[in-house]
Design a protein around this ligand. Structure first.
Ligand code: SAH
Length: 374
């Protein structure tokens, strides 16, 4: 998944209403998945969509004659992969108006009898099949868990998956490393020290605490990676998504460290030939990019030295879609120089870097206007 979700609460089988065709920008704000643009970005992420296709379509032996639940079906792409793989019946559920288009898409592709779509929030919906052999879902958010629907998938598992049933994907692992990022830190954080000669440094602290979602070049990584959280979707509980994990990052060269970096890997372990993909700096681009956590001061590391610490992650108490992340660290176990930084991943920040489709439109219009002023 790619973006904050909408908050529709109605539950009904898809009707042939005019869906998103009459939506205004206010409606898109409340139902950001309704716009095709967000789905275009996800569908065009070939690492993401191609991995799901390989995991599903190339494993007909797992899908043949099976019932499948697609949690958050969006445009219906995963449901159609499952139908192609031989599923006896697929139920796709989504709370966004995009499901009106999904209905047209499955009909246009001849899957009307194999795929049933349900519009509504999974947590509040009745499904036409009570127990499924397989759950498929693309639930991952930035930093794996930001705005993620993993809670929803775990609930779907407990309520609708037959004992011994399969989940696609079934494993996720979060990693971190440290990076040299002088130039970009200057541009994003130190910028606030001097804005047209004025002291804006009060914003610097706020900016530092907001993780940045961006692509990072592999050559910026100055330590070995360290896995900080593994999630087995067959056994994980909602409480596991609040966690504290130790890390130890060994420097691979003499360099400066300006930030920590996080990314995740996804794996479909139940497939015949294990399908996996990574969203790390060493791997092909995905729309999840990587997540950067700037440190207040620059660390100096020599090859072989260790940055050790603890990363704590929990949903924000006021808004459980936001994440509170604390990173406490020191170099070579020097407790006297240990630092702890509290970060907060929140909607507003992400939407500034990844504007909703309609915001992009507004910005484009403004850009045109501005260029007219030259
Ligand atoms: N499966 C599609 C879309 C993934 S995006 C694809 O792979 O392209 C995630 C989708 O989940 C969004 O369309 C969003 O509307 C839906 N969603 C998120 N939380 C949900 C919930 N609790 N119940 C139903 N749908 C949900």
């Amino acid at each position: 998944m790619s973006h904050p979700g909408p908050s529709t609460t109605t539950t009904h089988h898809v009707a042939h209403d005019d869906g998103s065709e009459n939506m205004t920008s206010r409606d898109y704000y409340a139902d950001s998945y309704a716009h095709f643009g967000i789905h275009e970005e996800m569908l065009k992420d070939s690492v993401r969509t191609g991995s799901y296709r390989a995991a599903i379509v190339n494993n007909g032996h797992l899908f043949k004659g099976k019932t499948v639940l697609d949690v958050g079906c969006g445009t219906g792409i995963l449901s159609m992969f499952a139908a192609k793989a031989g599923a006896s019946h697929v139920v796709g559920i989504d709370m966004s108006n995009i499901i009106d288009q999904a209905q047209k898409i499955i009909e246009a592709n001849g899957f009307k009898d194999t795929i049933t779509l349900v519009k509504g929030k999974l947590e509040e919906s009745e499904l036409p099949i009570k127990q499924f052999d397989i759950i498929i879902s693309e639930w991952m958010g930035y930093f794996l868990l930001y705005e993620s629907m993993l809670d929803t998938v775990l609930l779907a598992r407990d309520k609708f998956l037959k004992p011994g049933g399969l989940i696609f994907p079934d494993n996720a692992t979060l990693y971190m490393a440290a990076i040299e990022d002088q130039d970009y830190k200057e541009e994003k954080i130190n910028f606030w020290d001097n804005v047209y000669g004025f002291d804006y440094s009060c914003i610097k602290d706020i900016a530092l605490r907001e993780p940045l979602v961006d692509t990072v070049e592999l050559k910026s990584v100055v330590t070995d990676p360290c896995s900080i959280k593994h999630i087995n979707l067959l056994t994980a509980k909602k409480e596991d998504l609040t966690f504290s994990a130790p890390f130890s990052l060994t420097a691979t060269r003499n360099d400066y460290v300006h930030a920590f970096l996080a990314w995740f890997d996804i794996s479909f372990d139940c497939t015949h030939k294990k399908i996996q993909f990574s969203t790390g700096p060493h791997a092909q681009y995905t729309h999840w990019k990587q997540t950067v956590f700037y440190t207040p001061s620059t660390l100096i590391v020599s090859e072989g030295q260790k940055i050790t610490g603890q990363l704590t992650c929990s949903p924000n108490v006021k808004n459980n879609r936001d994440l509170d992340i604390t990173i406490a660290y020191s170099v070579d176990g020097d407790e006297s120089a240990s630092t702890s930084v509290q970060y907060k991943m929140c909607v507003i920040h992400i939407s500034l870097y990844f504007p909703c489709p309609f915001l992009t439109l507004v910005m484009d219009v403004n850009a045109d206007r501005l260029s007219g002023l030259d």
